[in-house]
Design a protein around this ligand. Structure first.
Ligand SMILES: N[C@@H](CCC(=O)N[C@@H](CS)C(=O)NCC(=O)O)C(=O)O
Length: 231
């Protein structure tokens, strides 16, 4: 790690459930970069946050109390560029391909939001099917245990939080999204065990996520009810 980054003060403005925040945290942990973190309530955004954030979204990275970065992909790439041991390939085509799969991961996150917001079974099933199609696309691309094989990269930092949703949902209901996809399943397992991925959330994350979904009164909320899970 460069001396310069050690001397900088990095402050991550966060939310305890946000998957985009988790990417940034995983990158910070992988890089061994010291940082401070403030979780905010997105339902009651503090005034100082509104002033700082052009999009009103987390994560935000403040550097030396003077500069502010928004957009998680940008934050992760910045952290990658100012430190050693790159998490993106050097070669331009491969680098572009990794960025494309990172974008793909953001589209997967939008589908996950569709899944947990769907009020009716038909919409829930459509989101579940759309998610399965995304992972069918990923199946031949993944080298496993990580995206490109043995080295952990930025793409992995994006998909760790994605799989975490399914770890929680599937503790209560079987979604069948990864059936017959051995590479994806292997990747999911490796990411679940990765220390940086584990440390990116609090121990009460599963309960907090279930409470978040249940507050939406959606089809998935019903499936996550303990009495349903016991059936
Ligand atoms: N494209 C953004 C997405 C970030 C995002 O959607 N953050 C959500 C929380 S997970 C947020 O701050 N939502 C608050 C809002 O939209 O008001 C990124 O990659 O940083």
């Amino acid at each position: 790690m460069s001396i310069e980054i050690n001397a900088r003060h990095l402050h991550l403005v966060s939310h305890k459930l946000c998957p985009y925040v988790q990417r940034s945290v995983i990158t910070l942990i992988e890089k061994g970069v010291p940082y401070t973190r403030t979780d905010i309530d997105l339902a009651a955004k503090p005034e100082w946050f509104r002033e700082l954030s052009p999009t009103g979204k987390v994560p935000l990275l403040q550097i030396d109390h003077r500069h502010t970065l928004f957009e998680s992909a940008v934050i992760c790439e910045y952290l990658d560029e100012i430190t050693e041991k790159p998490l993106l390939p050097e070669e331009p085509l491969q680098r572009a391909q990794h960025r494309a799969w990172i974008e793909f991961g953001s589209a997967v996150l939008n589908l996950i939001a569709r899944l947990y917001n769907a009020g009716y079974e038909v919409d829930f099933d459509a989101a579940r099917q759309a998610l399965r199609e995304r992972f069918l696309r990923l199946e031949p691309v993944i080298a496993a245990p990580y995206f490109t094989g043995t080295a952990f990269g930025l793409v992995d930092a994006v998909y760790g939080p994605i799989f975490r949703y399914f770890d929680v949902f599937e503790s209560r209901t079987d979604l069948g999204i990864f059936d017959g996809l051995p590479n994806v399943q292997h990747w999911r397992q490796s990411l679940r065990q990765r220390e940086s991925v584990r440390q990116a959330v609090d121990p009460d994350y599963p309960q907090a996520l279930i409470a978040f979904v249940q507050a939406r009164n959606s089809w998935l909320a019903r499936l996550l009810q303990p009495e349903h899970a016991a059936l």
